[in-house]
Ligand binder design. Structure first.
Ligand SMILES: Cc1ncc(COP(=O)(O)O)c(C=O)c1O
Length: 418
């Protein structure tokens, strides 16, 4: 088993895995398990890396809050200057509560409701990334009804293959997102029909966990002629939003798409467009800021297989069963002996696993394991299936730590039932 470390904020100190300068043994003792643990230092470092790489373009960096909606994370990023990308009224409210001004929030998603559109209009967000003609009609009607102006950025589906898992590909025409270039061109030519709406940007988001700049470049090359045409026609056009999607390392040997490499590839095209760059990174900033800490309950053999049964399950982190995703798993206390085994949870579903047939530390009941790279699409995708309580979340900063969401209780599970 590789003990390799994915990010410097998560390293062994005196034989025990630590987050910044706090031992995970101490955190398990104080807060219990399963437990999400985030490194504030990692978040700030990743945000800064991005900001530095794109600095010459003075971009609006919209943290995609869908990846992690904990207020402590969003407000940490807001303090660094982050704006936000949201996909629901709930996320919009969370971003506002975390201190991001409405004028620095963009709102994406194929199925915005009238109530969500009203909320965003009243708050005065920067723009809606409009994904269909029907949505434009509704945004226009709601803006007129409220006596407000709406700003929109049609989402272009550039029909490129982002070379990622098919469930996180969003920029091909077979996906439900956005509109093809021709439809956006037509829409741009009809803007006088929508007097309460300003077309202020063009948007794309082609997928997630993308590890090469090539699909971004291809997509931008398809969008630039459209941008030039719309700029000639509409003085309101100001932003070019290239979405998020930058891939990270889930294993110490993985490649990631560095901010610097992406910036080198796309900044010349952004410059050519004459528009202000907007980016919507989620996973890149938060993916490796967090881990899921879990305790071994039992170790059992079934036939030739060894199962390490832990107290976290697919209800806490669903990426392995949902996407077949790899998450590196490290023992909190270094163990010499290695076994081949499966790490599985307590949920009554066969795909409730974190690792299958992997070389693992020969842990015993009571030992702790850290499921790494759980800062993005982790807690936010958790559920109460099997009436399991969601884990607590803790943020570490240097040698201090604080609870940023308490563990759910059984009383929380039944609270809304009538
Ligand atoms: C519109 C939009 N922007 C940004 C993101 C963030 O993607 P990532 O976490 O891959 O950076 C997503 C993810 O689904 C998205 O749908």
């Amino acid at each position: 088993m590789s003990r390799g470390i994915i990010a410097p904020e998560f390293e062994y100190q005196d034989g025990t895995l630590a987050v910044e300068r706090v031992s995970l043994l101490e955190l398990a003792e104080e807060y219990g398990t399963p437990l999400y643990v985030y490194s504030r230092g990692h978040l700030v470092r990743r945000y800064t890396e991005l900001a530095d790489a794109f600095r010459e373009a003075d971009p609006l960096i919209c943290f995609s809050v869908k990846v992690n909606t904990n207020r402590a994370l969003i407000s940490t990023l807001a303090e660094q200057g982050a704006a936000a990308d949201v996909v629901s009224g709930g996320e919009l409210t969370r971003a506002l509560q975390a201190g991001i001004p409405a004028r620095r929030i963009v709102f994406a998603g194929v199925g915005k409701t009238a109530a969500e559109i009203d909320l965003a209009l009243k708050e005065g967000i920067l723009f809606f990334t409009v994904e269909s003609e029907g949505e434009l009609e509704l945004v226009s009607r709601r803006a007129r009804a409220l006596g407000l102006r709406a700003r929109i950025a049609p989402r272009v589906n550039p029909d490129v293959d982002p070379q990622t898992h098919r469930f996180i590909s969003t920029g091909k025409l077979e996906n439900k997102f956005g509109m093809d270039v021709e439809r956006v061109r037509r829409l741009g030519a009809q803007m006088e029909q929508y007097p309460a709406v300003d077309l202020v940007g063009l948007h794309m988001h082609i997928g997630s966990q993308i590890t090469t700049p090539d699909p971004y470049v291809l997509a931008l090359q398809r969008m630039l002629p459209l941008a030039a045409e719309l700029r000639g026609r509409l003085s309101s056009l100001e932003y070019l939003d290239v979405g998020g999607g930058m891939g990270i390392r889930y294993s110490p040997t993985d490649d990631e798409l560095s901010a610097a490499r992406l910036a080198r590839a796309i900044l010349p095209l952004v410059r050519e467009s004459g528009l202000r760059l907007v980016i919507e990174p989620g996973r890149y900033i938060a993916g490796n800021c967090g881990l899921l800490l879990t305790r071994v309950l039992y170790v059992k053999e079934n036939g030739a297989r060894t199962f390490v049964i832990v107290d976290a399950g697919m209800t806490d982190l669903i990426r392995p069963p949902l996407y077949g995703a790899y998450h590196h798993i490290l023992p909190v206390r270094e163990v010499g002996e290695i076994i081949i085994g499966d790490v599985v949870g307590p949920v009554c579903e066969t795909p409730d696993f974190f690792a299958a047939q992997r070389s693992l530390p020969a842990v015993r009941p009571g030992d702790l394991l850290a499921v790494m790279s759980a800062g993005a699409y982790g807690f936010v995708m958790s559920s109460n299936y099997n009436s399991r309580c969601r884990p607590a979340e803790v943020m570490v900063q240097g040698s201090s730590h604080r609870l940023v969401r308490r563990r759910e209780s059984i009383a929380d599970l039944t609270r809304l039932e009538l």
